[in-house]
Write a protein that binds this ligand. Structure first.
Ligand SMILES: [Zn+2]
Length: 556
């Protein structure tokens, strides 16, 4: 099928007046009782706005030194609250006419809007702006890190290859360098988080919530579970996964002949050195086509559209923003993936992960409205983490056939070890927002206590800062995206269920995975999970099956 090229995408630049007149026209259609027309027009307006805003964000990320791109990004940031205002007002109006609107837009869309309108009131606009401002101080503080290691100057992301170097002294040095940076900025890190917690608590109180927790869940658009369900899930991790990870780490200690396994040994999963991609960017991009060919015809065709249309930017280069993400242009139905390859196995992880998001977005392109193009985050991560696991059979194409077994083992152990850490990050935030008057010292003590529950093996040796409960300050989500982190662990539970099934019936599992992708965000999290024949992570024993399969796969 002939595809569109990224370079051909043009987006119309909105301004406050154009948005107001578009929303006024939608309001006029509602006045006339023309609900279908109003909703269709609103969807068109939102798609156009979202495509423009995605393009602006992407162009800046591709070259942060481009002043024009930065100015356009700032313009979009300033326009965004105006667009949200108009959206919220329209959602309120639509909800007042729920009968006909539900029939046209779908029950789940209506439930999402009901949730959205409770998270905003003009009275909290100054605090929201302040929250964004303070939160970006954290991002800038971390981005400014210039760290000396091995005769080179690197940023925090550039430290990663050293942190998993097969040479133990290099890994130790990488962690010393990392935590020295955090120690140097300890006062600012505490001050920033303290301000964020107080701002968030204040907004929650103004909106009538007891603490920020309920507001935080609503901001994540969680409509079918609450903190009690999440607490029970964390308990499953403590009971089922923590002992398995402890066993795996003890085996690693013995394999290496170490007296004690230190914190800096946790990243070296494979005793022979974590497997690396078999080749650079160009080889990986080529080999991926062959891998996807062996997985699913729809996925294979879609990958060619992405590659040939220029919808991927994966090479690291000066001036490019860090990290990996998937964004999309809903006017065209095409996604775009962004990454910074660094020559480690993370390149493969981030590539298959972002391709999973992209494939879901593509498969969902015919969903009736913008609200359904992406699922809520915990469900979206099933599609991305799921593809990481479903790539196992052909992963030798990316990592070399002789390293394929070692890669699968490393990836699976990494996925298991992530669960206790992710649960700890989540539990910590529940305690933080339940105790908004806690001091920074109290928060460090909270983390240290929870760390002993979720990661009792952690031994920081001579690393002073994390020894005093400071590790959480390196996790950007805790600052910028409250309550988001558990989503990765919920999705991991589901992605691993796909893996278990794929070992018995690969083709059938790929069909179920693709069908889930095509459902997009048309249902709440647990309904999506069940629609794919998976067990909700909140059900008792949801993790038991995957832990059992992993235990036998790893032979431990
Ligand atoms: Zn993701």
């Amino acid at each position: 099928m002939p595809g569109i090229c990224f370079a051909d995408i043009v987006a119309v630049r909105p301004d406050k007046d154009s948005l107001i007149s578009e929303y006024r026209a939608i309001g006029a259609a509602l006045d006339r009782g023309e609900h279908a027309l109003a909703l269709a027009e609103w969807d068109r307006v939102r798609r156009r706005y979202d495509s423009w805003s995605a393009l602006v964000g992407l162009r800046f990320a591709q070259n942060t030194a481009d002043e024009a791109a930065r100015a356009e990004r700032d313009y979009a940031d300033a326009l965004s609250p105006e667009a949200s205002d108009l959206e919220i007002a329209l959602k309120c109006r639509l909800l007042a006419d729920r009968g006909p609107v539900s029939a046209l837009a779908g029950d789940h869309a209506v439930r999402l809007w009901e949730t959205d309108i409770t998270t905003f009131d003009p009275a909290i606009k100054p605090e929201l702006e302040e929250e964004a401002r303070v939160s970006s101080q954290y991002t800038e503080l971390l981005a400014a890190a210039k760290l000396e290691i091995g005769g080179r100057t690197v940023n925090l992301a550039g430290l990663e290859p050293y942190a998993e170097n097969p040479d133990r002294s290099v890994r130790h040095e990488a962690e010393r360098v990392r935590w020295r940076y955090f120690e140097t900025h300890a006062a600012a890190l505490d001050r920033i988080y303290d301000e964020l917690v107080k701002l968030r608590h204040g907004m929650a109180r103004k909106l009538g919530f007891r603490t920020f927790t309920e507001l935080g869940y609503r901001r994540m658009r969680r409509v079918d579970y609450g903190p009690g369900d999440v607490a029970r899930y964390r308990q499953q991790i403590v009971a089922g996964v923590v002992p398995l990870v402890a066993r795996l780490l003890e085996i690693r200690r013995i394999e290496h002949g170490w007296d004690t396994l230190r914190y800096w040994d946790e990243a070296l999963i494979d005793p022979a050195g974590n497997p690396k991609p078999a080749g650079g960017h160009d080889e990986l991009v080529d080999a991926a086509a062959a891998m996807f060919d062996g997985m699913h015809p729809g996925l294979a065709a879609f990958y060619r559209l992405m590659r040939d249309g220029g919808f991927m930017d994966l090479k690291n280069r000066p001036g490019k923003a860090g990290g990996g993400f998937c964004t999309s242009f809903p006017t065209e139905g095409m996604p775009f993936i962004f990454a910074n390859f660094n020559g480690t196995h993370h390149d493969i992880g981030v590539f298959t992960h972002e391709m999973g998001h992209a494939f879901q977005n593509w498969e969902s392109r015919h969903q009736p409205g913008v609200d359904y193009l992406w699922p809520t985050m915990e469900a979206a991560e099933i599609d991305s983490m799921g593809l990481e696991f479903l790539s196992y059979p052909g992963i030798g194409k990316l990592v070399g056939e002789d390293a394929a077994d070692r890669f699968r083992r490393m990836h699976l152990i990494g996925a298991l070890a992530f669960l206790p850490y992710g649960a700890c990050v989540d539990h910590f935030q529940h305690e933080v927002y339940a105790n908004p008057d806690a001091t920074p010292a109290d928060r460090h003590a909270m983390w240290a206590r929870l760390e002993r529950l979720y990661m009792p093996w952690t031994d920081y040796g001579d690393l002073g800062f994390p020894n005093k409960g400071g590790r959480w300050q390196a996790k950007a989500h805790i600052y910028g995206s409250p309550f988001y982190y558990i989503d990765y662990t919920l999705a991991q539970c589901c992605a691993m269920q796909f893996w278990v099934r794929s070992r018995r019936d690969y083709t059938g599992t790929m069909e179920a995975y693709t069908a889930l992708c095509a459902r997009g965000g048309s249902l709440p999290f647990q309904d999506l999970v069940r629609s794919a024949g998976l067990v909700s992570p909140f059900a008792d024993g949801a993790l038991a099956g995957v832990v059992q399969e992993a235990t036998s796969f790893l032979g431990v």
